[in-house]
Unconditional design. Structure first.
Length: 80
């Protein structure tokens, strides 16, 4: 985090769109995302017709990113 903003490790298309996300916004989003069950995340990928192996891999990745956002925005070092 830098000056109350979240710095994402993302270098893809439209990266400029995620440069003004505040810690407070990240905390708000994390509070919502942590409520998703593993089944709900898996069902989203199943609905997109991913293979069972991909559903497992992608779901685990999404869950880990949710955990990372949750931890980063709870941190005492996170500037509100």
């Amino acid at each position: 985090m830098k000056s109350g903003k979240i710095k994402f490790a993302y270098e893809g298309k439209n990266k400029s769109e995620n440069q003004d996300i505040t810690v407070a916004d990240g905390r708000w989003l994390a509070d919502l995302l942590v409520q998703l069950t593993d089944k709900q995340i898996e069902d989203a990928f199943k609905a997109a017709n991913y293979s069972d192996a991909d559903v497992k891999t992608l779901s685990e990745s999404v869950r880990e990113r949710i955990r990372a956002l949750d931890l980063a925005t709870k941190s005492p070092n996170a500037r509100q």
